[in-house]
Design a binder for this molecule. Structure first.
Ligand SMILES: Nc1ncnc2c1ncn2[C@@H]1O[C@H](COP(=O)(O)OP(=O)(O)OP(=O)(O)O)[C@@H](O)[C@H]1O
Ligand SMILES: [Mg+2]
Length: 420
């Protein structure tokens, strides 16, 4: 099978019927910003790519003259598979060095780590494999287009790794944690992320820091192109713009998601410093960064707790849960974590399990700040890959999750609502 045969996919027909706008009409903020160019020496592949990208794309067989011709406009270049076979990615590396404001996407036959690194080091913001899905291609274009719009065509600020230059504190970081597995962390993190994305003005990111067994992508029914491993794999070049291009978008809410590694073995590649840097970059352009965690303390979790403005400590309504959360609270106190940022969330708080909320509060010596009821709609929604606040918005659990989210986005000066 030739590249030109398998580059073509069924979704092209949707582009033919309506171009990229047909596939992107439900995406937020998808106003085209940059001049879109597709570069490919094979005429058949070039015209097919141009068709996938729609009328907005200008198709060229090489990059000569592009820098001069588009000297004053934001530019987004889609590099076809032939560029991979040419020195310097067909002149793209030089162009991107001279004009780091240009957004570039590379389409490659062989998506090896080596090629990915070469492309990223050369200034490319995203790499897609063939066969290219029209939706994915246009989604990548849209994401980079937005980055160019945010940065006004200038390169996004790069932050020196471990250096002095750090992003200014921006959005709030909310970490969802529990010292008990299955307490409801991921349920809470996904729903809170979705609600905040719907309600806040700026972007909202959800980071899956359960690095071995994270299931945020599954709970949101996402098939991510990239994970946190890609961010760490190109750490020297990692800046806000590049990080943005790695985030998956939850279409129903606009929530930006940085998924956990696909394999537990990759978890070791992400250290506390790296996680801290990723969170700092995210908060530099997001209103909120919600973080889901595993059910134990490690270096990454401790640095997340330290970097967070708020920590939602989730406990279920049974004795093992309360015992483990008590130990967790003691550990946090020993680590001098300010108790003002720890908020106890009791999940399944209406369960008839012969354990009273007041009894739990007395044992933990902390007042519960939110009570989330148990509801069969939760596992039902998890199995559909639709967060319960979208799947059953009228349910009691959706209401209690909304109340929790509202705590974070109350207008300044608004009367404080109680957590319960
Ligand atoms: N309030 C609730 N009512 C009913 N079911 C719930 C509720 N909260 C969570 N669950 C169910 O409990 C299961 C565990 O929830 P979740 O995955 O969010 O826990 P977790 O703390 O992230 O677990 P892990 O430690 O394994 O990551 C899920 O299948 C979810 O459907
Ligand atoms: Mg979980």
């Amino acid at each position: 099978m030739t590249v030109s045969e398998y580059l073509w996919d069924d979704n092209v027909s949707s582009a033919q019927q309506g171009g990229p706008t047909g596939t992107m009409s439900n995406l937020p903020d998808d106003e085209p910003n940059a001049q879109l160019i597709v570069v490919e020496s094979d005429p058949a592949i070039r015209s097919r790519l141009a068709m996938q990208l729609g009328e907005r794309a200008v198709a060229l067989d090489d990059l000569s003259g592009v820098e001069e011709r588009y000297a004053d406009s934001p530019l987004l270049v889609v590099l076809g598979p032939s560029c991979v076979r040419m020195p310097g990615l067909g002149g793209a590396e030089l162009l991107l060095t001279n004009r780091p404001d240009i957004g570039a996407i590379l389409i490659a036959e062989d998506l090896s780590t080596d090629l990915f690194q070469r492309a990223i080091r050369g200034g490319v913001r995203d790499v897609l494999g063939v066969p290219v899905d029209t939706g994915q291609l246009n989604e990548a274009v849209r994401r980079i287009d937005q980055t160019l719009a945010v940065s006004g065509g200038r390169p996004a600020p790069a932050f020196a790794v471990g250096g002095e230059e750090q992003p200014a504190a921006g959005g709030k970081v909310i970490t969802v944690f529990s010292t008990k597995g299955g307490a409801g962390k991921s349920m809470l993190a996904t729903n809170l992320g979705v609600l905040l994305a719907q309600r806040s003005e700026g972007p909202v990111a959800l980071v899956d820091a359960d690095l071995q067994f994270g299931d945020i992508a599954v709970m949101l029914k996402l098939a991510p192109q990239h994970t946190i491993v890609d961010a760490v794999g190109s750490f020297e070049r990692l800046d806000a713009g590049f990080l943005k291009s790695l985030l998956a978008v939850h279409q129903q809410s606009g929530l930006l998601v940085l998924p956990a590694p696909l394999e537990p073995a990759f978890a070791d590649q992400i250290g506390a410093d790296q996680m801290s840097h990723i969170i700092a970059l995210l908060r530099s352009f997001c209103s909120f960064v919600v973080v889901d965690t595993p059910a134990y303390f490690n270096d990454v979790v401790l640095s997340l707790i330290e970097d967070s403005d708020d920590v939602l400590l989730v406990a279920g309504m049974d004795i093992p849960n309360i015992k483990n959360v008590k130990i967790g609270l003691q550990t946090l106190r020993l680590l001098n974590t300010p108790m003002s940022k720890i908020h106890l969330i009791l999940n399944r708080a209406n369960s008839k399990v012969k354990l009273e909320v007041s009894e739990v509060e007395r044992t933990l010596q902390v007042k519960a700040e939110s009570l989330i009821p148990s509801d069969i709609v939760v596992p039902q929604s998890v199995n559909k890959g639709t967060p319960v606040v979208l799947d059953a918005p009228r349910s009691a659990i959706a209401k209690s999750l909304e109340q929790l989210a509202d705590r974070f986005i109350e207008a300044p000066g608004a009367k404080k609502r109680s957590w319960r």
